[in-house]
Design a protein around this ligand. Structure first.
Ligand code: FES
Length: 106
């Protein structure tokens, strides 16, 4: 296993269609449990300085809690105003019930 893979949580720690915040070093992430699997993105919205940890997961979309901008979780693509800059995404894998994130990104 590469050193860039960090255990973030147990898979059961994230409810279906929900997310958790995960901080590592000076970075902050969101890790999602979606109907299509587990994913990770940067934790901060690209619009303003708002963490997405209290956002709403709708299928594979995350809606920011501050101005309701939406991103596609698997790709990080900005989907609706006011967000226009994509979210950075990170590889995730689940092994033996644990969720790992590759903090170096895609
Ligand atoms: S801070 Fe996220 S949409 Fe404005």
């Amino acid at each position: 296993m590469s050193d860039n893979w960090i255990r973030a949580c147990a898979s059961v720690d994230i409810d279906e269609e929900d997310l958790i915040r995960f901080d590592h070093g000076d970075k902050t992430f969101c890790i999602y449990n979606t109907p299509k699997g587990f994913y990770a993105t940067d934790g901060m919205c690209t619009h303003e300085e708002e963490h997405l940890e209290f956002g709403i997961v709708i299928g594979t979309v995350i809606e920011c809690p501050l101005h309701q901008g939406r991103f596609d979780i698997p790709s990080g693509e900005a989907l609706s105003a006011p967000v226009c800059v994509d979210l950075k995404t990170y590889p995730v894998k689940v092994e033996d019930g644990d969720v790992f994130i590759n903090v170096e990104g895609n």
